[in-house]
Write a protein that binds this ligand. Structure first.
Ligand code: INS
Length: 603
């Protein structure tokens, strides 16, 4: 495999059409630490990721209070949770157009403005309809931020730090989810109006980002694409802290001019992407990664962590909320591992390792749930049910738990369960039964325990181990790399649209997985559902093994060359196929699917 240093060597093959692009001054300058300003830029941009994590995470705790205060039906609860994710899916798609038209900086400013407005609406909402408007508004902000921020950071970063800096955005996403769970825990004690603080606090980082971005520059690459070369030069020089930028500037400008000719097919960008082999293949890889991220079930694992913890014996609701903050903290800490690893092992190995571990942990989770179901305590009492509900028909806790209308009421002596029955859940709250021994829950010793959505089991340690392993493996690779890789695989002319599509796929699959989990669990049981996710992860592993090339260390303008070969041929050649590829200004052939031979591949 060729080293980066030999990239100055000129290709001697046919027609001299291909040359190895000389590295920019910056690329050569690998050991020089990037100017502090770059970190300031990454920080203010990644606040968008923080808001993404905060606003998607905070709602579960807020809902516990809201459903009591506003007397919300199950439909309204579902609407308030999924409307944000649905709006994010739509605005991520629309964000592609805005990004190309207005630029990255304007889109980030717009997203933070929308976040602030949404936060204010939610915290002041007099009723559920206004609350819904607020949730949709923040969803619109999340969609735009989720696709713009990684692109912006990638475009301002030097190649050898790009992976790390973009991955910081993912760190902020999981950081936002963690802070949200702590805020949820803290305000869960404020039973009246606590949700206003939970939902409204997001205004602070949103305003901070808005003000910060008023003083930060636009992406030089976008400026150059729009022909604003003077502004681009000034922005790049500011971002590079006054270091010499001539070489880097010329490299970017030349590539953009070339790209402009390449993409010149006319028509909508998405049609151009479909018509241009390398970019089409990049889009398949980008969307595939985002799809498999969600199909690996991260959001069900996060969402059901409270249930999993209850199975592990944590029966107090407040304690369960705090322990799910520990789950988010684990997700956050392991994302930090991803930030540390990305420039050390590269994107491809990190993603492959992560998927392998995620699949195994899902299998551990499935085994844990299977053992719990297999040895699920039987219902020994069958009280007379005036309402004639289906609950009394279930012979074990497992069957009882899978019916959302029923819960398990039991007494315990050590780990032995006795005097157990399956009874209907309360109408107003799932915290107690509709009638009978468990309808009036007290902490008094000897009073029966009410288990809704979980079963007492002595195999909870297997499930807990699976949960920790899952987060440990998922967070550094699959949690981060889909966003990072998408920010770097498209040529500039297709970058906004490519990221919009792949972010749209992410959000759509997010909605799909969250909405279907309970139904799947009902049909396949919990262990069947987790086994299914493990199967999907196995497919993801094959996809990544075959299709994801290594983008580490390459100039953004060189990444396109990795997609000139057949789609999904990465595994067949070297795992880190480095293709150095560039065309001499003005001498490149028209783009086609067959322009592989214009690439100079070196192993
Ligand atoms: O990368 C993020 C991260 O892994 C989050 O924890 C998850 O909730 C999001 O859906 C995902 O896109």
């Amino acid at each position: 495999m060729i080293s980066m240093d030999s990239r100055t060597q000129e290709a001697v093959d046919e027609g001299e059409r291909s040359v190895i692009r000389p590295p920019s001054g910056d690329a050569l300058d690998r050991d020089a630490s990037p100017p502090v300003f770059l970190y300031v830029l990454a920080f203010f941009s990644a606040l968008g990721g923080f808001l993404f994590g905060y606003d998607t995470g905070v709602v579960s705790g807020a809902m516990l209070l809201l459903k009591k205060e506003m007397n919300l039906s199950a439909l309204w609860q579902e609407l308030l949770v999924s409307s944000t994710v649905g709006a994010a899916a739509l605005s991520a798609l629309g964000g592609g157009y805005l990004n190309g038209w207005l630029g990255r900086r304007a889109c980030i400013l717009l997203a933070s403005l929308v976040f602030s407005i949404g936060g204010v609406i939610m915290s002041l909402a007099p009723d559920k309809v206004v609350l819904l408007v607020g949730r949709v508004t923040v969803g619109l902000g999340i969609g735009i931020a989720s696709m713009t921020v990684p692109v912006y950071i990638a475009e301002v970063s030097p190649p050898h730090r790009r992976g790390q800096l973009v991955t910081i955005n993912s760190l902020f996403i999981t950081g936002g989810q963690f802070v949200a769970s702590v805020v949820d825990g803290a305000f869960s004690y404020v039973s009246r109006g606590g949700w206003r603080f939970m939902l409204g606090l997001s205004v602070i980082p949103a305003v901070l980002q808005f003000v910060g971005f008023l003083f930060l520059p636009e992406s030089p690459r976008w400026l150059l694409q729009k022909g604003r070369s003077q502004q681009a030069r000034r922005a790049l020089s500011r971002i590079r802290g006054g270091r010499s930028i001539d070489e880097e500037y010329d490299t970017i400008r030349t590539s953009i001019e070339e790209e402009g000719k390449e993409a010149g097919g006319g028509g909508h960008v998405i049609l151009q992407i479909f018509g241009h082999g390398p970019t089409r293949r990049a889009l398949v890889v980008g969307c595939g990664l985002q799809m498999f991220q969600q199909l690996a079930g991260i959001n069900t694992v996060m969402y059901y962590s409270a249930t999993i913890l209850q199975m592990a014996g944590v029966q107090d609701v407040k304690q369960a909320i705090w322990l799910s903050a520990a789950t988010s903290a684990t997700n956050f800490v392991f994302t930090l591992v991803g930030v540390w690893l990305v420039e050390r092992v590269g994107r491809r190995k990190l993603t492959l390792g992560s998927l392998l571990g995620t699949g195994l942990s899902l299998s551990v989770l499935a085994v844990g749930f299977w053992l719990s179901a297999r040895y699920s305590p039987p219902a020994t009492l069958h009280p007379v049910d005036a309402q004639n509900s289906t609950c009394r028909l279930y012979g074990s806790c497992e069957l009882c738990m899978l019916d959302p209308d029923c819960g398990f009421c039991y007494r315990e002596n050590g780990s032995a369960v006795f005097d157990s029955s399956c009874v209907p859940v309360g109408q107003a709250s799932t915290d107690h039964a509709a009638w009978g021994r468990c309808s009036n829950q007290t902490e008094a010793t000897g009073s029966p325990t009410w288990a809704y959505n979980y079963c007492p089991t002595s195999y909870s340690w297997v499930v807990l181990t699976g949960l920790l392993l899952y987060l440990g493996f998922f967070a550094p690779g699959m949690g981060t790399m889909p966003w990072t890789v998408n920010s770097e695989i498209y040529p500039l002319w297709a970058r906004s649209t490519g990221n919009a599509c792949s972010a749209g796929v992410n959000w759509t699959c997010n909605v799909l997985v969250s909405l279907t989990f309970l139904h799947i669990a009902q049909y396949l049981t919990y262990y069947g559902a987790f086994l299914m996710y493990a199967g999907l992860v196995a497919l993801g592993l094959l996809f990544v093994y075959g299709c994801l090339p290594e983008t580490q260390g390459l100039q953004l303008e060189d990444v396109e060359s990795l997609f000139t070969g057949q789609l999904c041929s990465c595994g067949a050649s070297s795992s880190t196929r480095h293709v150095q590829y560039s065309r001499l200004n003005g001498s490149n052939p028209p783009p086609s699917d067959d322009d592989d031979d214009a690439a100079t591949e070196t192993d």
